[in-house]
Design a protein around this ligand. Structure first.
Ligand code: NAD
Ligand code: ZN
Length: 361
């Protein structure tokens, strides 16, 4: 292990179990400061006409914002929701609660920070640029895999780059893990986001930053993903629980290690083609058999077992400008290359090689 001193914060409170969502009112009660105060719920609009809507414990002054995740989070939309909250009330909310997949959880994390830090969220993309702690933030996943519920970053596409706002303050203060909430996820989406988790584990375990702490989480996370996706893969109470915990463990493993080649390429795809994170990872990972032989072998078995067909020919019709931007986006993610290949990564990784990989997708 390459020793680097780092001192991490963790989630302060977490609750796990089927039906836990119905205790949300109780969980929020100690955060509510008074009769006139309020909390903000950011909820994936897929639930607008689902029974979950009626189960959100709204009180008198609370604000409910339906979030569209047709596009994954952008700095522009983070600023927009922040402005909407500031227009709604003169005071800060007591909590910001994100209910949804990685996208909504990342919105909740970012909006919480932008309520207490001036300016546009685009100016904070990077490491430790946030000055003030955010509002108390609660993440409630309805889709398992990203690990956003336990990560110290919120991934945003900005005008110039796709990059997280990463710092201690980004970590959620409270997590509510209720596997029942993931029941209605479409099968292919469940697979793609589940593969995000599988790939987090493979990348954490294969690189120079790995260590016993990260390995322990990644190994168990990967074992759970294999149980779910090399078996029948359908949603069931047992499988949903396993996948939710795999996601959580995957997030924990990334904290003390790092993602690698697949994520670097996937960020390039998403930034230029707006491909969703889970799918972009699958498309990239599919071509990385030389870098992650075992992981990709498993992945191919999972694809087959689950009957998932990935889109092909993605690079056809790409302009040179688009391809250059993709390569540039990926190449700039130095920490990922550093983890994958070590300090001397520039000797192994060239923009030409990255370009070739994209052309095979
Ligand atoms: P997502 O949140 O973008 O949602 C994907 C789709 O699933 C959406 O259409 C959504 O409406 C739908 N969905 C969610 N829950 C559902 C449910 N219970 N029933 C039916 N449909 C449901 O997908 P994701 O893969 O969870 O998140 C991807 C995002 O997470 C990306 O923006 C990525 O950058 C981010 N991410 C963040 C981190 C982090 O550490 N912060 C890590 C990995 C990925
Ligand atoms: Zn990921």
């Amino acid at each position: 292990m390459i020793y680097t001193f780092r001192n991490f914060r963790n989630v302060e409170y977490f609750a796990f179990g089927r039906g836990t969502f119905d205790r949300l009112d109780e969980i929020l009660a100690p955060r509510r400061k008074g009769r006139d105060s309020y909390v903000v719920f950011l909820v994936d609009d897929v639930f607008q006409d689902k029974p979950l809507r009626e189960r959100i414990p709204l009180k008198g002054n609370d604000q409910l914002i339906w979030v569209s995740v047709e596009e994954e989070p952008t700095t522009g939309m983070v600023d927009y929701y922040r402005d909407e909250i500031q227009a709604f009330a003169d005071s800060l909310p007591d909590a910001v609660i994100g209910i949804g997949g990685g996208s909504v959880m990342d919105y909740a994390k970012a909006v919480s920070l932008m309520l207490t830090n001036p300016g546009s969220s685009a100016t904070y993309q990077g490491l430790d640029l946030i000055k003030n702690p955010g509002v108390f933030k609660v993440c409630i996943p309805t889709l398992s895999g990203t690990g956003a519920e336990v990560s110290m970053t919120t991934v945003l596409s900005g005008p110039e780059k796709k990059l997280g706002i990463k710092c201690d303050y980004t970590m959620p203060d409270q997590v509510v893990l209720d596997p029942e909430l993931t029941e209605g996820v479409p099968r292919d989406q469940r697979f793609y986001t589940g593969m995000d988790c599988t790939i987090h584990a493979v990348e954490c375990l294969t690189g120079t930053w790995r260590n016993a702490y990260s390995d322990a989480f990644a190994e168990k996370s990967l074992a759970l993903c294999r149980e779910v996706f090399l078996e029948n893969g359908d949603s069931s109470p047992e499988a949903d629980e396993k996948l939710m915990i795999a996601s959580y463990l995957g997030g924990m493993s990334v904290t003390y290690s790092q993602v690698g080649v697949c994520h670097a390429l996937s960020y390039g795809l998403s930034f230029v083609l707006h491909t969703r994170h889970g799918l972009a990872n699958c498309i990239a990972f599919n071509r990385l058999e030389d870098v992650y032989p075992e992981g990709v072998r498993d992945f191919h078995a999972m694809l087959e077992k689950q009957g998932i067909e990935l889109p092909e020919g993605l690079s056809e019709g790409l302009s040179d400008v688009q391809l250059d931007l993709m390569v540039d986006t990926a190449f700039k993610l130095e920490h990922m290359w550093d983890h994958a290949f070590g300090k001397g990564w520039r000797e192994e990784v060239s923009p030409e090689w990255i370009r070739e990989l994209f052309l095979r997708m």
